[in-house]
Design a protein around this ligand. Structure first.
Ligand SMILES: [Zn+2]
Length: 283
């Protein structure tokens, strides 16, 4: 019932916005595309986009990219930390993990900013990262007593790994209905930083990023936590390059093992994704 009401209200709000701001809508639709990559990147970027389009038929229909999440939140992303490990976490370690997560996520977001402004009408020069929850099997693993972050205890996925309450997760509620989440929409999470003891390599997608717990906690002081950065690239739709290489590009983050930071080419691939998706948000 609440679900239907929420949809109806959203629909009415959209109609009201349409009626109230025709000039703004028209202006956005007519805005020139500010696409100005360096000349030497034009061909490889075109190759990448053709490859993406041919590989992912649902490319333009998929609605849970990092892009969609930031747009839904109007400039922020909410995280759950899944601690799939029995290694104890002090308040100090928790805070270092939060700080590293914000810094590293911010590196990708900085790629969308030029001279302090959003590149090609990107509306959020800064994107806030809020860690709203931690998931763990046993509460005693987390050694803090303050209530700065929600703690989800003993909620396990089908593989037995702790997760934050699905009622609060966007992956499970892409319609934005968090009415069953105890804290409501304000305490929902879009992505998980899933840290698994003994896990090698990484995985990433709309649901977040999965890395070795030892790897991530061991890399907190690194300037670039490069496996995390690579997986965040997937969250924003960027592809792997296991079987081909764009013309003239030997080494970049999304070509695993060839770079350990976001390169100029990675930056422009992210911007190209925004270029191709932005019209669906009215930009
Ligand atoms: Zn990958």
């Amino acid at each position: 019932m609440r679900r239907h009401l929420a949809r109806l209200l959203a629909h009415l709000a959209a109609l009201a916005a349409l009626a109230a701001t025709p000039a703004l809508s028209a202006g956005r639709a007519q805005a020139a595309d500010q696409w100005n990559p360096p000349a030497h990147l034009v061909q490889p970027l075109n190759e990448v986009w053709r490859h993406v389009e041919s590989t992912y038929p649902d490319l333009y229909g998929f609605r849970n990219y990092g892009w969609d999440q930031i747009m839904a939140n109007r400039g922020s992303v909410h995280y759950c930390v899944r601690w799939e490990s029995d290694a104890p976490v002090s308040a100090a370690l928790r805070d270092r993990i939060h700080a590293a997560l914000k810094k590293q996520f911010g590196k990708w977001m900085s790629a969308l900013v030029e001279n302090g402004k959003g590149h090609n009408a990107w509306p959020y020069p800064t994107v806030r990262v809020n860690v709203v929850g931690w998931a763990v099997k046993n509460r005693s693993t987390l050694q803090w007593t303050d209530d700065s972050v929600d703690i989800h205890t003993g909620i396990l996925d089908s593989g037995g790994a702790p997760q934050c309450a699905p009622d609060c997760g966007r992956f499970f509620h892409q319609d934005g209905d968090y009415s069953r989440c105890p804290g409501g929409a304000a305490r929902h999470y879009d992505q998980s930083l899933w840290l698994t003891k003994g896990f090698q390599g990484g995985a990433g997608g709309d649901w977040g990023q999965r890395l070795g717990q030892e790897y991530f906690t061991g890399a907190l002081n690194q300037e670039d936590i490069h496996i995390y950065l690579h997986e965040v690239g997937h969250t924003f739709g960027l592809d792997d390059f296991y079987d081909w290489t764009p013309t003239g590009q030997c080494c970049f983050l999304m070509k695993a093992g060839s770079a350990t930071r976001i390169t100029e080419f990675d930056t422009w691939m992210l911007r190209d994704f925004w270029r191709h998706l932005k019209s669906r948000y009215g930009y």
